[in-house]
Design a binder for this molecule. Structure first.
Ligand SMILES: NC(=O)c1ccc[n+]([C@@H]2O[C@H](COP(=O)([O-])OP(=O)(O)OC[C@H]3O[C@@H](n4cnc5c(N)ncnc54)[C@H](O)[C@@H]3O)[C@@H](O)[C@H]2O)c1
Length: 368
């Protein structure tokens, strides 16, 4: 990603006077102002160097609510996202629509010269991901994927220590995403989430965060996966459901690291072993990565040392990082390749569960 950082430094110069030290604010649009989009909107409004000039959603009630919360910036509202892209004055676009729309919208925004913050997963098919990678690589604009764990200070420090060799060579990862229930069937995203063609499925829509964190720690993306999954607990609930509710996957990385991942939406509250632990095993010991960054040495007395202290992570650190990339040329915490490999790790896992067998990275047909 060295070239992306260099490109950002060039942008930093051109952005002076547009959110840089010159004081003018970066004209920003948010497309999709549902649950996540309205959270992102709050984050954009909190930045000192931004102005929300456009909001877009196909649901008028959401658009009204968002316009009210952004009233200080008097944004124009749209139901047609292409009209937002067509506006020449807009410099930054947030895409927070359902996952199957991300790639097309982000590509259009990049091609019209806008910086893009695109929610995860950046696509739900290998083709969508590949097309977006090509568009981002052809653009000199900033692209940030909404994998916000990558902006957590504590995790960044832990990864730096792991890279420096504190736990020796990584050989195995055990991770999971167990929820106590499905998302509400009549909730904010209920009209697309249960349709696998729109969300990509539970693994792609939700576990992409956890799988990306595994890739981050290991330092590469897997080369193959075997998986089994299904609608084991909630077949046809809600009616027409096409996403799985559970699955178990085994990934292998090019370096030989093996990773075991499970997902479900029926881990009873209070029963041990739930949640989203991510444990990394190395030749010198193991790290409880996501929860504590505690390191347990092999042969130790059971008392861990914490790799990096817990800090109160700023709620909108990832959004601040996006604007810092634009105005200061700061390193991108989750650029196109992090977004692409995270999404594809999940998509490959979903394909394996559908096949009830093995899928190789090479089967995805992407050229990276
Ligand atoms: N990074 C995170 O931690 C995080 C958390 C939650 C959701 N998300 C992601 O954010 C995205 C949105 O999720 P959500 O929970 O906010 O869903 P949501 O349904 O609440 O919001 C999506 C919004 O997009 C709008 N929309 C749909 N089609 C549109 C179109 N053609 N043009 C304009 N607007 C359109 C919908 O009307 C809706 O208001 C998903 O990709 C999800 O994975 C990320």
């Amino acid at each position: 990603m060295g070239s992306a950082i260099a490109a950002n430094a060039v942008l930093a110069q051109s952005a002076m006077g547009q959110g840089g030290s010159g004081g003018a604010k970066i004209p920003t649009a948010v497309i999709g102002v549902g649950n996540r989009g309205s959270h992102l909107l709050r984050g954009v409004l909190e930045q000192a160097n931004t102005k929300v000039v456009a909001l877009c959603d196909i649901k008028p009630d959401r658009l009204d609510k968002a316009a009210t919360s952004a009233a200080k910036d008097s944004p124009k509202t749209y139901s047609d996202w292409r009209k937002v892209i067509d506006r020449k004055d807009i410099e930054a676009v947030f895409v927070a629509t359902p996952p199957n729309l991300h790639s097309e919208m982000a590509i259009a925004a990049l091609q019209s010269g806008k910086h893009v913050y695109c929610e995860k997963p950046i696509g739900v098919t290998p083709r969508q991901v590949q097309d977006l990678v090509l568009a981002a690589q052809a653009s000199d604009r900033v692209f940030v994927s909404g994998q916000q764990l990558r902006s957590y200070k504590q995790l960044n420090e832990a990864v730096a220590k792991i890279r420096a060799g504190v736990m020796g060579k990584i050989v195995m990862v055990k991770a999971q995403r167990h929820a106590t229930a499905d998302l509400p069937y009549d909730g904010s995203s209920g009209d697309w989430y249960y349709d696998v063609n729109k969300s990509g499925g539970y693994l792609v829509e939700q576990s992409v965060h956890n799988l990306d964190a595994c890739n981050w720690v290991v330092g590469e993306h897997p080369k193959r996966v075997s998986g089994y999954g299904g609608m084991l607990m909630h077949p046809n609930e809600p009616v027409g459901r096409t996403i799985f509710d559970s699955g178990t996957l085994s990934y292998e990385y090019p370096s030989g690291v093996i990773m075991s991942f499970t997902q479900n939406v029926f881990h009873p509250r209070g029963m041990p072993g739930g949640g989203q632990p991510l444990m990394v095993f190395g030749t010198k010991g193991a790290v409880d990565f996501l929860y504590s960054t505690n390191f347990y040495p092999i042969g130790g007395d059971g008392k861990p040392t914490q790799l990096s202290p817990q800090v109160k992570e700023p709620t909108h650190a990832h959004i601040t990082a996006f604007y810092d990339c634009i105005t200061k040329g700061s390193p991108n915490p989750a650029g196109i390749m992090e977004g692409a490999t995270g999404a594809l790790t999940a998509i490959m896992g979903h394909m394996a569960m559908v096949k009830q067998g093995q899928v190789d990275w090479i089967d995805l047909g992407v050229n990276f």
